[in-house]
Design a protein around this ligand. Sequence first.
Ligand code: AMP
Length: 206
Amino acid sequence: MLRALLLAPPGAGKGTQGERLAGAYGVPHLATGDLLRRHVAEATRLGTEARGYMDRGELVPDRLVVDVIVERLAGPEPLAGFVLDGFPRTLTQARQSYHWGRARGRTFHAVISLQVPEDELVRRLLERGRRSGRTDDTEETIRHRLGVYAEHTAPLLDFYRGRDILVEVDGTGPVPAVTERIRDTLGPLDLHPSEPGSQDTAAAQS
Ligand code: AMP
């Protein structure tokens, strides 16, 4: 069961590729942005607290996000497989999710970095904003979100590179071609370890 994370700036295709990968590997796709937007739409206490940060293109504080995602991962039965998109986004979240996964034999097999030039990211997000009306897809907020990514999330690339589970994939071109590139990089992973517990050795560093 694949446990992977898409780690990339806004507009790189995390949502689209996350859906496709989750479908291909038969695991749920969990996007913190979607979970948070649902809370905002339902005006829950969390949604009310998160909304301002999201509209400004800032990160929602770790303490709120970790609860939302852990609630989904843990559920009544901890999920054995998943494609995460948009989490973790800070080193604190990365460390917490590692400790959480480690304790349950659920650490990540792979962290997929999608690489797309910045002008292409801005173009895609403006287009998405026109189509979907997402309130954080305006030019000013997009630039801010890219800055937030560079400052808080890009350092996670080194965190996972150092643990030998980072795969870097060209995120430009047709959607199916990007999916194929990702699948090619995941191909050699041993996702069906024969011995109980051995799944944690390959992923113990995530
Ligand atoms: P996304 O849909 O992934 O682009 O996320 C939209 C917004 O949700 C972000 O700009 C943040 O405000 C918030 N968000 C999503 N995931 C996280 C996270 N892991 N940590 C903090 N804020 C998040």
